[in-house]
Write a protein that binds this ligand. Structure first.
Ligand code: FE2
Ligand code: FE2
Length: 191
């Protein structure tokens, strides 16, 4: 499960199926924030070439995902509403070290785990939504987010030794599992 320690509660997909428009709107915000994470890493580590190239690719892909979700929302006669924030990501990120170089390691690992959880949730949407086009869309995007997880971990291993990455990934995966188990199955991608 891409480094994740627990699976999503089956109740979540039931709530998601009953609130497809809300899921789509929250999903659009998630894609926008994923691109934002890419921009932030790009800005903070100008001397790290691998980060510069990967973040440039990531931002392009996440913005393309954002555009495609926006198109689906528009086609359904809906409009984007205000981003209410992502409690899940906020709490996970709050555990990131304030000091370098640990901060870089933590930022890459938390980004990887958010991609992993997104991948798991999008895959569930791809398997369970009634609309065939949406199922195909979410299955495709789940693959893309899985690749992002792999690349974030690869990047971490580029700058830190394998054992350190493994231990820290497990540390954050425990925190992530704790957060996910406390979520109330809301119609949000990380709800
Ligand atoms: Fe994405
Ligand atoms: Fe992603």
């Amino acid at each position: 499960m891409l480094g994740l320690k627990i699976k999503t509660n089956p109740e979540w997909i039931k709530v998601a199926k009953e609130n497809v428009d809300l899921i789509l709107i929250d999903h659009a915000h998630c894609e926008k924030k994923a691109a934002g994470t890419g921009f932030s890493l790009l800005s903070h580590y100008p001397g790290k070439v691998e980060i510069q190239f990967f973040m440039t690719e990531l931002i392009t892909e996440e913005i393309e995902h954002y555009r495609r979700v926006l198109e689906i929302i528009s086609a359904r006669g809906r409009v984007l509403t205000r981003d209410k924030g992502d409690e899940y990501a906020r709490e996970l990120i709050s555990h990131i070290s304030k000091n370098e170089p640990e901060r870089l390691l933590d930022r890459l690992i938390t980004a990887a785990l958010i991609e992993a959880r997104s991948c798991e949730r999008l895959k569930l949407l791809g398997e369970h939504l009634e609309d065939q086009q949406l199922r195909e869309f979410y299955t495709e995007l789940a693959h893309s987010e899985a690749e992002h997880f792999v690349t974030f971990i690869k990047l971490a291993k580029n700058f830190f030794d394998e054992e350190t990455v493994k231990i820290r990934t497990s540390y954050f995966a425990d925190i992530e599992a704790g957060i996910v188990s406390r979520l109330s199955n809301l119609p949000l991608i990380h709800g």
